[in-house]
Design a protein around this ligand. Structure first.
Ligand SMILES: Nc1ncnc2c1ncn2[C@@H]1O[C@H](COP(=O)(O)OP(=O)(O)OP(=O)(O)O)[C@@H](O)[C@H]1O
Ligand SMILES: [Mg+2]
Length: 335
């Protein structure tokens, strides 16, 4: 039994889970969610703000009663590189060199400029392997690691958001026999993982989230961002919100559709269902809007349901959909 601390620092909420895996199950010992007062905390802050953020995080973890400092954390957003390519079926020890050569082709400066990791996934053609490589600029990675160290943590693994979502899905929905898409809509970003039953995973990020709805409400109603945040959550205005959402999400849903087509071309498999999660999955009518365009059934996915006895939060309604990614970090298995 190895207890770890999983941390998902989103631009809107910070999510924390302390737990351990037991026979393919996750036991959650401590959980908490809080508003992130520093939306750029995982990208860059000046020295003073970085210190303030580290103190804020340290205090929050203390309030939760978290004991572990070994941390698995998620990264997403600006600067993240995700790249797929096929290679011949070469021995394992040759793959790192091939990945470095590939990075040289696709990133200015090549592997030198980024922290990267890769995973070997099943390819459609026999005699080939598919490599998924993920990286972030070294400067972003070291800023993030330093911030966590300042908060008293020992960062041991960084996982990209789509991969942690896929991990969460593969554990909690292990009986799912069909290929499926997980769509995690946050505040700034949406992380997508399209998962094939044989093990291929396509992950992608799209710049779309609750902030865009707030911006549109702010513009239409001439109110502040804080007022827009409350307006958005008020069931009295749900018809109006749904109408706004329909308009501003059209391009975003087209992007998901393109990802599903890419997945289908690569795997000859069709994702037959999608699972909508993340704080913005609570937007009224969102599931139906996506279903209508993608023409596949969807379901709101809240893997945190029933997993915890007490979760420290001031905003209880958003607990369950917001934990998919951090639960995947706590499970850290496939990659
Ligand atoms: N009841 C609700 N109705 C609609 N939206 C909601 C509700 N509760 C929270 N949200 C929205 O959910 C978003 C936060 O969700 P989440 O925690 O998944 O994002 P995040 O991880 O902080 O963001 P990102 O990963 O994009 O940086 C915010 O945009 C917030 O306004
Ligand atoms: Mg997020």
């Amino acid at each position: 039994m190895s207890v770890c601390l999983a941390l998902d620092i989103g631009s809107h909420y910070i999510k924390v889970v302390e737990g351990y895996s037991k026979k393919d199950r996750l036991v959650v010992r401590k959980a908490g969610i809080t508003r992130n007062p520093f939306p750029n905390a995982h990208i860059s802050l000046n020295e003073n703000l970085q210190k303030q953020f580290a103190t804020f995080l340290k205090d929050f973890l203390k309030k939760l009663g978290v004991k572990r400092s070994e941390t698995v954390c998620g990264i997403s957003g600006e600067g993240l590189i995700i790249h797929y390519f096929d290679i011949p079926d070469v021995p394992e020890n040759e793959i790192k060199n091939i990945v470095e050569m590939e990075l040289l082709q696709v990133i200015p400066g090549g592997a030198e400029k980024i922290e990267f990791d890769y995973a070997i996934l099943p390819a459609q053609n026999s005699g080939k392997k598919t490599v998924m490589v993920a990286g972030i600029p070294r400067s972003k990675s070291s800023f993030f690691v330093n911030t966590l160290i300042m908060a008293g943590l020992k960062p041991i693994i960084m996982d990209i958001s789509g991969v942690s979502l896929a991990n969460c899905f593969m554990t909690f929905k292990k009986n799912n026999q069909k290929s499926a898409a997980v769509i995690n809509v946050g505040a700034r970003y949406t992380n997508i993982a399209i998962i094939e039953k044989k093990g291929f995973v396509f992950v992608r990020e799209i710049e779309f989230g609750g902030n865009l709805i707030n911006r549109e409400i702010t513009r239409l109603k001439n109110i502040s961002n804080l007022e827009a945040e409350n307006f958005k959550k008020n069931p009295q205005f749900s018809d109006e919100i749904e109408k706004i959402l329909k308009e501003i999400s059209a391009e975003f849903i087209q992007e998901i559709s393109v990802s599903l087509k890419y997945f289908e071309t690569r795997t000859s498999e069709k994702a037959e269902k999608f699972f909508l999660t993340g704080g913005s999955s609570l937007l009224p009518g969102f599931l139906g809007i996506i279903e209508k365009t993608l023409e596949i059934p969807g379901e709101i996915w809240t893997p945190m349901s029933g997993l915890y006895e007490s979760c420290k939060t001031d905003e209880s309604e958003c607990v369950e959909p917001c934990f998919s990614q951090v639960l995947g970090l706590a499970l850290r298995k496939i990659v």
